[in-house]
Design a protein around this ligand. Structure first.
Ligand code: FES
Length: 159
């Protein structure tokens, strides 16, 4: 989406028109764009800004505040490591560090092959099975550093 194609402009305009009369139109518009494209780059934020008459800085603030939104394309597999309190006290930071080490990326980054994105999550509602991670929405309970390599291999093999 480096340069916005005409059909993207049309589609985003339609999304804005669909939600502009809602109570929280910006969130709904951004959610719809994120679902449609998988990320919300600056040129899209600029278009939304002009269509909705909202400053780009405000839109950028929303996009960067919520981890659900992304400025860059995400990998095929999005690994979210919960760093909420229950998971953190049971060692989720160590699990995060292991993913980081083995994938060679920091949280928020995507591997060069486009296969994996690593994200830090707040509580995902699975505190009873902490520490928990989520990969494309599938929750893995009671994670440990020892399980990390095997999980990465499983997804690499599935490509
Ligand atoms: S803190 Fe991790 S699931 Fe609740």
């Amino acid at each position: 989406m480096a340069k916005l194609q005409a059909h993207a402009v049309k589609q985003i305009t339609e999304i804005v028109n669909r939600y502009k009369d809602e109570e929280t139109p910006l969130m709904m518009v951004l959610e719809a764009i994120q679902s449609e494209y998988g990320y919300i780059p600056l040129e899209v934020q600029e278009l939304v800004s002009s269509l909705m008459n909202i400053p780009v800085a405000e839109i950028y603030g929303v996009v960067t505040f919520y981890s659900f939104f992304s400025l860059t394309p995400k990998g095929k597999y999005v690994i979210g490591v919960c760093l909420g309190t229950a998971c953190y006290v049971k060692g989720s930071q160590l699990v995060m560090d292991k993913f980081s080490e083995l994938l060679g990326i920091k949280p928020g980054e995507t591997t060069a092959d486009g296969l994996f994105t690593l994200d830090a999550l707040r509580c995902i509602g699975a505190c009873g099975i902490a520490p928990a991670i989520s990969i494309n929405g599938k929750v893995y309970p009671k994670m440990s550093v020892d399980k990390v390599a095997g999980i990465i291999e499983e997804y690499r093999a599935a490509k």
